[in-house]
Structures are given as C-alpha cells and as structure tokens.
Design a protein around this ligand. Structure first.
Ligand code: CTP
Ligand code: CA
Length: 225
C-alpha cells in the first residue's frame, strides 16, 4: 500500500535536521533570541526515526527541555555561527537535510567578555551593533542530497516562499503563515504550505507530528520521482 511505499523510500536514509531558535550572546549572561520552540523540527526527527531513518538532530540549547528518542544522534549548539559549523561538518553524510531551526539573521558584532555595566552616558539609550549571520541554508552544498528549508512569513506567504526556495537553491520550502496567532511558534499544531518547483500544496491545521509526516511523505514522493 501507499504508506509502506513511501516509508520504504526513507528507511535507512540519513537525515540531518536542525531545530530550535539560535541565541546570540551580548555578554556572558545575556543573549538575543526568537520565539521558536523547536517542536516542529523535533517532531520531524521523531517521525523520521520511527520510519527507520538514521537521524542526526542538531538542536539549540533552548530546546533542551524537550525529550528526544534515544536512537536519534544529537548535537547541541547556541549561536548561528555554531550551528553553521555543525551543519557544514555533517552535511556530506546526509541524504536529506532539513533546516527547521529559526536562525538569528544578525548577531552582536562584538560580544563582551565581561558582564556589561549600565552606563550614565547617552541619556538612557543603548545602541547594539549587529552584524549579519551567514545564511546557513543558502551556503550548504546542494549536490547529492534533498534539501528542505522553512519560511516564516506574515504576508505574501506563497510568493515569498517560492522566492526563498529559488534564492537558497533548495528542493522544498515549508511555509508558515505566522500572522495566524493560534498556530506555529510554541504551539503543538501548525498549518503549512509545501512549496516546490512543481507548485504548492496546503497541509491544513493539525498536530505537528501529523505535519511532520506530511513533510516526510512529500520528501519521499519527490525522491521517488
Ligand atoms: N536560514 C539559515 N540561515 C540564516 C537564516 C535563515 O539557514 N541565517 C534558514 C532557516 O533555517 C529557514 C530558511 O533559511 O530554513 C528561511 O528562513 P527565514 O528566516 O524565513 O528566511 P531569511 O532568508 O532569513 O529571510 P527573512 O527573514 O528576511 O524573511
Ligand atoms: Ca530570517
């Protein structure tokens, strides 16, 4: 039947997946971060492992309270630069790469070695100097594996997602409409569009585990073509 066909395609294949929000240090006790819970990426890692994939999960420190099945290989990172290093160190082994992490677009240009002190200058204002992080997904080699990215958008979801897919050179974009407050960040449910070269398909609101299965089903179908 259909279920066994697509799961057979994925069984024994190697998945490299990132999950969670990166945190960018200001000083030893402070950082800039985002609202990603890591639940969507970890749900994909779980479904993949249960389908027999060999899964390496690279997750951020902010996700450490979420339990992960013991057969999943794990690495933990904090910043975008650390995540980039881990992804580049392991991409060559992977058949499928899924970049579910919410990566900070910028980091603090010069984090302080010591805890920052309040200053009396500048009339109560503090200006942070930010510098752009590497685009990890765009920079990954695309030969020899199937690559999936995510896109969180508040408007023009399909148009922006298709642009992102082409710009980053990836096979599939999982697009979230984050203007819908009930789903997405932190929630146990999500609704997404799967955007590929051949068009898009809506995966309606349901649990992140079911969304994870729909994403992996799409990956398997595309690998079979
Ligand atoms: N991504 C990445 N490295 C970055 C920023 C994003 O690898 N420095 C990845 C994310 O993990 C996601 C995809 O790129 O899979 C899209 O992330 P998103 O933030 O939606 O796209 P950006 O290119 O950062 O564009 P913008 O935030 O301006 O919409
Ligand atoms: Ca971004």
């Amino acid at each position: 039947n259909e279920m066994t066909d697509w799961s057979k395609t994925l069984a024994e294949k190697k998945l490299l997946i990132s999950a969670g929000g990166t945190a960018e240090p200001l000083d030893p006790v402070r950082y800039l971060t985002n609202r990603s819970s890591g639940k969507m990426g970890i749900a994909i890692a779980h479904v993949a492992a249960l389908l027999g994939m060999d899964v390496h999960l690279i997750r951020t420190e902010s996700t450490l309270s979420l339990p992960v099945l013991p057969q999943i290989k794990q690495s933990v990172v904090q910043s975008a630069v650390e995540l980039n290093q881990k992804m580049l160190a392991h991409e060559a082994e992977a058949d499928v790469i899924i970049m579910a992490a919410a990566v900070s677009d910028y980091r603090i240009a010069t984090p302080s070695d010591q805890k920052m002190k309040k200053t009396k200058e500048a009339n109560g204002h503090l200006t942070l100097d930010l510098i752009e992080n590497p685009d990890i997904l765009a920079g990954l080699p695309k030969d020899n594996h199937y690559v999936v990215g995510f896109a969180a958008e508040t408007q023009h979801v399909l148009e922006y997602a298709q642009d992102k897919r082409k710009r980053k050179g990836v096979n599939l974009i999982v697009a979230n409409d984050v203007s819908q407050k009930e789903v997405g960040f932190g929630s146990d449910e999500n609704a997404v569009y799967l955007v590929s070269e051949t068009g898009h398909r809506l995966v309606e609101q349901q649990s992140k585990i079911k969304i994870a299965a729909a994403i992996l089903n799409e990956v398997a179908q595309q690998l079979d073509n």
